[in-house]
Design a protein around this ligand. Structure first.
Ligand code: ZN
Length: 237
């Protein structure tokens, strides 16, 4: 390719990135107006419980460069919390540091960790529960965010579809995934009665996803899209 051709492609890519950023900012400001209205509703405003998967001795998946899932999850949780707070939404984080959690009950460290997350959700009956994870697969070609939900209630499916659709619309136009029923395979989703989803934010085994998830700006864009979908859901329910 000629040098001029490369420059044209770079300019086109820059324009696309700027357009996405503008759309996200517009969405956030638009939502802010809606959030102001909700605040007048008073203390019944729901809480968003943000769950950074794994932590401490449980690193979760490991990227090809040694990146640990637990750290990506925590960075995502902190960023998502900040954006939702800036939009007037109350948030609770199951963990805000690199640690395993511990319920008083449970037969193993892992079980006590998972039950602690369920217990946090149980403290806020009106909450929306968003668990953040990153994926890994033996074949590095698989990429893209994937949302999981339990079919225990219809609200889970609505929230999951909204998240998956918004990510496709604003951030990953080539992502053809649809939100998936976890079919009893995700421990926490089966034990939380509030609207809940688990988001696998990308594959640490895929070069592109790994690079994106390690990029603070990309994480901010992704969290802006997740916030937008969550606020949409809050406004409709
Ligand atoms: Zn995980």
């Amino acid at each position: 390719m000629t040098k001029a051709g490369k420059i044209v492609i770079k300019v086109a890519l820059f324009s696309i990135v700027m357009s996405v950023t503008c759309v996200l900012l517009a969405l956030m400001f638009y939502k802010y107006g809606e959030t102001e209205q909700r605040e007048t509703l008073g203390p019944s405003l729901p809480v968003v419980v943000i769950d950074a998967g794994h932590g401490g001795a449980d690193g979760g998946a490991t990227g090809t460069d040694g990146t640990l899932e637990k750290n990506i999850n925590l960075e995502m949780a902190l960023t998502l919390g900040s954006i939702l707070n800036a939009n007037g939404i109350r948030t609770v984080l199951t963990r805000n540091e690199d640690t395993m959690l511990g319920s008083a009950v449970g037969t193993s460290k892992k079980m006590r960790d998972l039950l602690s997350r369920v217990e946090t959700a149980g403290k806020y009956p009106d909450c929306i529960f968003v668990s953040l994870h990153a994926n890994k697969y033996s074949d590095g070609k698989y990429k893209g965010l994937q949302v999981f939900y339990s079919d225990a209630n219809e609200q889970n499916r609505v929230l999951a579809n909204s998240l998956q659709d918004d990510v496709r619309t604003y951030l990953q136009p080539d992502n053809e995934r649809v939100a998936k029923d976890s079919k009893g395979t995700v421990f926490i989703l089966d034990r939380i009665s509030s609207p809940s989803v688990l988001i696998e934010c990308g594959f640490l085994s895929n070069e592109d996803d790994l690079r994106h998830l390690c990029d603070e700006n990309y994480r901010k864009e992704l969290c802006a899209v997740i916030s937008s979908a969550v606020i949409d859901f809050l406004n409709k329910t």
